[in-house]
Write a protein that binds this ligand. Structure first.
Ligand SMILES: Nc1ncnc2c1ncn2[C@@H]1O[C@H](COP(=O)(O)OP(=O)(O)O)[C@@H](O)[C@H]1O
Ligand SMILES: [Mg+2]
Length: 147
């Protein structure tokens, strides 16, 4: 614990996990996020941005991995609360994460979404990190903080 400063500590206060295999599961996950946002008093616009990001991450899980889990957490850091989304799957992984973040980049043209994609998620959320290993899967974590 010696090298850990208070600003690095994120406490998870609550978590709901939603299994995602079909698009209606994205709606379930987005609605869980709506409820959690209401619990902490997140603004309406921020909640809508969060829900859009969840749809993008869930759509990617379905398109590229077939199935996965979206975890929705109420988190606290430095007395500031927020919602964290963790989208994880055991799918093919992302070969080049930096390239995947570039707007318009897609390995599967037939699955093209509305053009938001991962770049969109990073703009909709306050912070985002991607951990992916080719052949093993992908874990994307993103937070929306209260102001
Ligand atoms: N969960 C995932 N598993 C494997 N590859 C992914 C995943 N999410 C995204 N990718 C890769 O990143 C690329 C960019 O994703 P995205 O920005 O959402 O655009 P799109 O889905 O429209 O292709 C995808 O084409 C795909 O190759
Ligand atoms: Mg996509």
């Amino acid at each position: 614990m010696s090298a850990v400063s208070a600003s690095q500590v994120i406490k998870v206060q609550e978590e709901t996990a939603v299994e995602v295999t079909k698009s209606s599961d994205n709606a379930v996950a987005a609605n869980v996020a709506r409820v959690l946002s209401k619990v902490i008093g997140l603004a309406k616009t921020a909640t809508q941005m969060l829900m859009t990001a969840i749809y993008e991450l869930g759509t990617n899980i379905i398109s590229y991995a077939g199935k996965g889990i979206i975890r929705l957490q109420i988190v606290e850091k430095n007395s500031c609360r927020g919602i964290r989304v963790i989208a994880e799957d055991g799918g093919p992984g992302i070969e080049d994460v930096q390239q995947a973040m570039v707007d318009g980049f897609s390995t599967q043209q037939q699955f093209r979404s509305l053009g938001l994609g991962l770049g969109g998620v990073s703009r909709l959320m306050d912070e985002m990190s991607i951990c992916s290993q080719p052949g093993r899967g992908t874990r994307i974590s993103a937070c929306k903080w209260m102001n």
